[in-house]
Design a protein around this ligand. Structure first.
Ligand code: PEP
Length: 254
């Protein structure tokens, strides 16, 4: 089954509203052509979403949040609810990023609650999974991915899965400049697809887009995207500069 590429920029805690507007101004020209072969998504910090939302409104570039609350409203200091993102035209939300898991202690169960909350609000989760170097070297790669997939995507239907993008991001490759080789990435992606097959059946497994994340750059996006089970990228560092992110996507679709 042909799966359209999806490449998303995860800006993390970078770019306030002014820098966001500046980036979008330089990035948008040429995106219509790229979007024929690739869905393009930008995930600014929450405070920059209003600026991004108005600038992206008539564009082919979709807007994502980097996180969302598992609650609807009320006494949850510092949290942002799905309905607030809806009001700003946000379409995707990154959930379970390794920084949320390791720095803020988010568990598979908690991430699963956010996945459900997002889907109920018509926000498409970009659901992140991935092993640490210690886990990989300790032979635990498959065990970790299995736990993250079965826990984080628990109790979803096949219909729900049509709105879920999975991002495989080996923690040792995030922000380190060390990229998984295309073979290592392909092997892990094929395994993740087999987990989706066990949990949801072969149709869902064949249709679900699995992004690779971890030091993707303009120089390696093509060789990674050429592999059978790699359907896009979640990009941190190389998405912070408009020209570099543009080139990364252009190389991936070439
Ligand atoms: C990320 O934050 O999801 C990521 C993959 O970062 P980088 O591209 O900088 O490794």
């Amino acid at each position: 089954m042909a799966r359209k590429l999806i490449i998303a920029a995860n800006w993390k805690m970078n770019k306030g509203p002014a820098e966001t507007a500046e980036f979008i101004g330089s990035f948008l020209p040429g995106t219509e052509e790229l979007s024929q072969k690739c869905d393009i998504v930008i995930a600014p910090p929450h405070v920059s979403i209003p600026a991004a939302s108005s600038l992206l409104a008539d564009s082919v570039v979709a807007l994502s949040a980097q996180n969302v609350s598992d609650q609807d409203e009320g006494a949850f200091t510092g949290e942002v609810a799905t309905c607030m993102l809806n009001e700003l035209g946000v379409q995707y939300v990154i959930l379970g990023h390794s920084e949320r898991r390791s720095i803020y202690g988010e568990s598979d169960e908690f991430i699963n609650a956010k996945v459900h909350k997002s889907l109920t609000a018509d926000l498409r989760p970009i659901f992140c999974i991935g092993e640490t170097l210690e886990e990989r070297e300790g032979g635990k790669l498959e065990e970790v991915l299995r736990r993250q997939v079965s826990g984080g995507l628990a109790n979803l239907t096949a219909e729900n899965m049509a709105d879920v993008v999975v991002a495989y991001e080996p923690v040792w490759a995030i922000g380190t400049g060390v990229t998984a080789t295309p073979d290592q990435a392909q092997e892990a992606h094929a395994f993740v697809r087999s987990l989706l097959q066990e949990q949801f059946g072969s149709e869902v497994a064949a249709a679900t887009r699995i992004q690779y994340g971890g030091s993707v750059k303009p120089g390696n996006s093509a060789e990674l995207m050429n592999r059978e089970d790699i359907d896009g990228a979640l990009v941190g560092g190389a998405s912070l500069e408009a020209a570099s992110f543009h080139e990364l996507i252009a190389n991936a679709v070439a």
